[in-house]
Design a protein around this ligand. Structure first.
Ligand code: CUA
Length: 232
């Protein structure tokens, strides 16, 4: 979760987010090098006193400053493509969670477990516990096992929403009439917070996501309690 004055990315809780952070740092490093070089050249131009009356063209330098940026772009494009296909890969998920966006809350279904389903609403500020996070905590959390491949199916019932959890590197649009799929692997226990990130109406800011990442045996206990109560 993002805390006060944290302007960068959140700490990763999944291998995909780790890769996204590595790529971000790599791209930023190239960006800084280009900015410094161009900045230096522009600054030095002010003090340039070399003048050549007969200079009309410089084919060598033109070749260099055309090809060099193309090569630099390749150093961004290839890792970017690698990451794109890595994010798209589905690795034999052991649990599938379906999340449906509504105006303005999420509802969830565990289709592998007798379709256990529930709604997840934000807790309003006036009902918040003393240790609660304002605009971020929900009444019913998603519980998921850590160290397992999770598949997430995202859709929506009314308008477009977006299921976004930064620490896991997940951001998938929920679109009415379509079913989007992605997957992730949570590599530590804890609470992971997210928010809708598709401008979906008046209460867009008030449909957060909370994932409770627990050991597998805790998850089995939790899901079997819910399956039993759904059978009653
Ligand atoms: Cu749902 Cu913004």
């Amino acid at each position: 979760m993002s805390t006060w004055a944290n302007l960068g990315l959140q700490d990763s809780a999944s291998p995909l987010m780790e890769q996204l952070i590595f790529f971000h740092d790599h791209a930023l490093l190239i960006l800084v090098m280009i900015t410094v070089l161009v900045g230096y050249l522009m600054f030095m131009l002010f003090f340039n006193s070399y003048i050549n009356r007969f200079l009309l063209h410089g084919q060598l330098i033109e070749m260099i400053w055309t090809i060099l940026p193309a090569i630099i772009l390749l150093f961004i494009a290839l890792p970017s493509l690698r990451l794109l296909y890595l994010l798209d890969e589905i690795n034999e998920p052991s649990v599938t969670l379906k999340s449906i966006g509504h105006q303005w809350y999420w509802s969830y279904e565990y289709s592998d477990f007798n379709n256990v389903e529930f709604d997840s609403y934000m807790i309003p500020t006036n009902e918040l516990a003393n240790d609660g996070f304002r605009l971020l905590d929900v009444d019913n959390r998603i519980v998921l096992p850590m160290n397992s491949q999770i598949r997430i199916l995202v859709t929506a019932a009314d308008v477009i929403h977006s299921w976004t959890v930064p620490a896991l590197g997940v951001k998938v649009d929920g679109t009415p009439g379509r079913l989007n799929q992605t997957n992730f692997f949570i590599n530590r226990p804890g609470l992971f917070y997210g928010q809708c990130s598709e401008i979906c109406g008046a209460n867009h800011s008030f449909m957060p996501i909370v994932i409770e990442s627990v050991p597998v045996n805790y998850f089995i206990k939790w899901i079997s309690n819910n399956v039993n109560s759904s059978l009653d």
